[in-house]
Design a protein around this ligand. Structure first.
Ligand SMILES: Cc1ncc(C[n+]2csc(CCOP(=O)(O)OP(=O)(O)O)c2C)c(N)n1
Ligand code: SF4
Ligand SMILES: [Mg+2]
Length: 351
């Protein structure tokens, strides 16, 4: 495996954020992906979002599966915790880590093959359980790493690089996330950083399961005329439901004078999502309307992007399981083993 070491020297005048890090401190190794791969733009958006949010890199745990997309955590947040799992198994490893230590921010990175093909069951259950995380699928409609076979998100009728027509129906991860109870659901495009960065910030600050499907063209195997995941196709069919700003708590809220209605949605940590609706009748807090809107637009050949659904009062798996607040590795022996009397009390409730 090849990788090029990045020079560690920082220019002394580089601007630092509130927690004292430069933007370069949020970078990783130099990418070995194909030049122009959409996945690299997503890495850049994650770097920007975490730097803007003043997140200390050691507070983030980034987990992924297998694929070109799942390689990308090596290219951002080099000082964060990382775990590259087995193909399609990232959600269960992330769930376990989250249960053991809720003090970290969990970032799940996956591909369409990783989450919609081999890992579909894992993806569905992580959404259903409400694991608190920002789960990003870098969706190119193919298995890039294994040379461009159709993945389960490839649209029916789309063509492979060699002209083979896909005859199977696609898995829509956004639809599944909405149906199974995810409390923050968005779709974006790797080529639209202005939309993607605030969506990632919102997901990182969200109090439950946040999912972002990012269409991310594979320039080597899926960027031709018959593809519905190419740069040209997505640019021509992109239909944004909202323009989004993210405000960190305490920051002065500036006013914008753009036309259209403005909705402000408070996140669990007090930060504010400001949605400038482009469709005045679109309500991002109505789960069922979001499903209907997305499906009707998909039938017209449009790719709906933006924040599709948010539950501002979201809770997570820790709340439903009533787990202890402290990370398990900080518990003392007496807390882990409270003794015979406490055990007798528990047993009494089960008789
Ligand atoms: C259990 C298992 N099955 C199959 C593979 C082979 N494999 C590696 S990556 C991959 C598909 C990756 O596709 P995707 O998740 O869409 O990532 P991309 O490369 O397109 O970013 C496959 C099938 C594997 N590594 N492990
Ligand atoms: S094969 Fe496709 S997905 Fe993989 S790095 Fe190259 S362009 Fe990106
Ligand atoms: Mg893929």
């Amino acid at each position: 495996m090849t990788f090029i070491a990045k020079p560690r020297l920082h220019h002394p005048t580089l601007h630092t954020n509130k927690v004292g890090f430069t933007r370069r401190d949020y970078e990783g190794r130099i990418s070995t992906l194909c030049a122009g791969c959409g996945h690299d733009s997503i890495s850049a958006a994650i770097i920007q979002a975490c730097w803007d949010l003043d997140i200390e890199p050691h507070r983030v745990a980034k987990l992924s599966g297998i694929g070109c997309s799942s390689k990308t955590p090596d290219y951002f947040l080099g000082a964060s915790h990382g775990f590259n799992t087995v193909h399609g198994r990232m959600p269960s490893v992330l769930t376990g880590a989250n249960m053991a230590n809720r003090s970290l921010l969990y970032l799940g990175i996956s591909g369409d093959g990783d989450s919609a093909s081999i890992g579909l069951g894992q993806f569905a259950n992580a959404m259903r359980r409400g694991v608190r995380m920002a789960y990003i699928v870098e969706n190119n409609g193919v298995y890039g790493l294994t040379k461009g076979q159709f993945s389960a998100t490839a649209d029916r009728g789309s063509k492979s690089k060699k002209g083979v027509v896909n005859s199977e129906s696609p898995v829509d991860l956004v639809g599944i996330a909405l149906q199974l109870g995810a409390t923050y659901v968005a779709r974006s495009f790797s080529g639209d950083k202005a939309q993607l960065v605030p969506l990632i910030k919102g997901a990182m600050a969200h109090g439950g399961a946040a999912f972002i499907d990012v269409i991310s063209p594979c320039v080597t195997f899926n960027n031709h005329g018959g593809s519905t995941k190419s740069y040209d196709y997505v640019r021509q069919h992109n239909e944004a439901v909202s323009r989004i700003d993210f405000m960190t708590p305490g920051k002065e809220i500036t006013t914008e004078y753009a036309p259209g209605e403005l909705v402000e949605v408070e996140q669990h940590d007090g930060s504010m999502l400001r949605l400038r609706k482009l469709h005045v009748d679109y309500d991002p807090t109505d789960r069922y309307a979001a499903i209907g809107f997305m499906q009707s637009r998909a039938a017209m050949g449009e790719i709906v992007t933006g924040l599709l659904y948010i539950d501002p009062l979201a809770t997570d798996l820790h709340t439903s399981l009533n787990t202890c607040a402290a990370p398990l590795n900080t518990l003392k022996a007496a807390q882990l083993n409270p003794g015979a009397k406490a055990l007798e009390k528990i047993n009494a409730t089960l008789r």
